[in-house]
Ligand binder design. Structure first.
Ligand code: AMP
Ligand code: GLY
Length: 417
């Protein structure tokens, strides 16, 4: 029956993709999104509540008879949104604060993987700058240095020189650029990366389609790390055998380990994996949908996403069905991103675009869509293969008029060029 009311918490492209998938559910009657954005507003009623304003969100859910709340961003998980909703008897899809530690604390994740023999890079944690420096300088390059906490994907430095490594350690441990915290120094792993997101409910796992992200700002994987400049799905080098290994040796044991540790995981467990010569290994876990991976994965889901979320919250079985189409999405970002960038530029031509467009950072001003973030739009082409999907996305980007945006035309280059 089409009678369910859903509240989606978040405002970016990931959230738009979740809302779009929910809008196709035969069970969903009404979608609210807090706070949403100008693109989401076409599919959901946007409500002006911030993603960490837990009490206001709970009150809204109660007042409006919301059946299920879906949490997008890590910031909302980190302040315990799901814990509070659970206390109040409100249904929420996402991990508790304790379970979300698998993302928010690198050391928690690393210790869990060591204890349960989940394949990952060797590591050592430090809170003292001198000790960290001595350790790094006694090892081979490149050095992988990670801030132990939430840093919006920017707290990782892969240093090719000792000077760069030293600068990163100073930044994180002496200048405390991300706040007071520890660093984790890891062994360097080589190979292509991919993102394996699974809906998890305790020991139950519902795997989603594979995707690959592009973290660097500029073409040829050059420039600074960003939140992600494009993604595609499926990922040809992730063969059935690699997927089987990733599921049986990484994702399932991790879900089991969380149960065994007394912090059962419910929500999306995102495995940032790397295909090394010794098989897939974990680079990082996230406790939520990936952005921009979600924008190329969820449009391929043909079965009912509300059923999947609801089944996961209740611990029921649920079958998923996926389209064989290939999807490739290209992010249009504001000039200057991931540094400072202009806002408020009018975006024209969107009505001529045939690809699916997810809004990442937009707002509405005087009847026009304007830029309102670092990452602004994601244009997702679709085809029988990735080459076709990329062609479609690039042709559609050419129709979009806005002076302050840039994009990478080489998304998918690892498998296409
Ligand atoms: P993370 O935020 O942990 O996903 O790291 C950001 C990026 O740094 C990853 O996508 C990798 O490209 C790179 N990276 C992180 N850890 C390692 C590692 N141990 N070996 C090689 N590259 C890494
Ligand atoms: N695309 C990487 C992330 O969501 O963290």
């Amino acid at each position: 029956m089409k009678d369910k009311k859903v509240l989606v918490v978040g405002s970016g492209g990931r959230c738009h993709a979740i809302v779009e998938a929910l809008s196709r559910s035969p069970q969903v009657d009404k979608i609210y999104c807090a706070p949403g954005n100008a693109g989401i507003a076409a599919l959901a009623e946007c409500v002006a509540i911030g993603v960490t304003d837990v009490e206001a969100l709970a009150e809204f859910a109660k007042q409006n008879g919301v059946d299920l709340t879906v949490v997008g961003p890590e910031a909302a998980l980190a302040v315990g949104l799901v814990d509070r909703f659970n206390e109040l008897g409100l249904k929420a899809f996402g991990p508790t604060k304790a379970a979300a530690q698998i993302e928010s604390s690198k050391e928690f994740a690393k210790e869990l993987m060591a204890k349960y023999e989940i394949p990952t890079a060797g590591y050592k944690a430090f809170d003292n700058y001198e000790e960290a420096k001595e350790y790094v300088f006694g090892r081979a390059l490149p050095a992988v240095i990670k801030y132990d906490g939430l840093a919006a994907g920017k707290g990782v430095v892969v240093a090719e020189s000792y000077d760069d490594a030293d600068a990163a350690l100073k930044d994180m441990l002496l200048d405390e650029s991300f706040g007071k915290g520890r660093v984790v120094v890891e062994d360097f792993l080589a190979g292509p990366e991919f993102s394996f997101m699974c809906v998890v409910s305790g020991e139950k796992i519902y795997p989603l389609a594979m995707a690959q992200d592009h973290k660097r700002a500029y073409e040829g994987d050059k420039g600074p790390n960003t939140g992600g400049m494009g993604a595609y799905s499926p990922v040809p080098f992730v063969t059935a055998e690699v997927e089987e290994f990733a599921l049986e040796r990484i994702m399932k044991p991790t879900a089991k380990a969380m149960v065994a540790e007394g912090v059962p995981f419910k929500g999306v467990l995102y495995g940032g994996l790397i295909l090394t010569a010794d098989g897939p290994k974990v680079i990082e876990f996230n406790a939520r949908f990936g952005d921009p991976e979600t924008e190329v994965v969820l449009p391929r889901l043909e079965s009912d996403i509300y059923e999947l979320f609801d089944a996961a919250v209740d611990g029921r079985d649920c079958e998923t069905k996926w389209s064989n189409d290939a999807l490739l999405g290209i992010v249009l970002a504001s000039n200057g991103y991931p540094g400072s960038y202009p806002k408020g530029a009018v975006i024209g031509g969107l009505e001529r675009v045939e690809s699916q467009v997810f809004h990442m950072g937009t707002s509405e001003k005087d009847g026009s869509i304007v830029t309102a973030g670092g990452r602004v739009l994601m244009v997702v082409g679709r085809g029988k293969d990735l080459a076709e999907a990329r062609k479609m996305a690039l042709e559609d980007i050419a129709k979009i008029e806005c002076d302050t945006l840039f994009f990478r035309s080489d998304i998918g280059h690892k498998v296409l060029d």
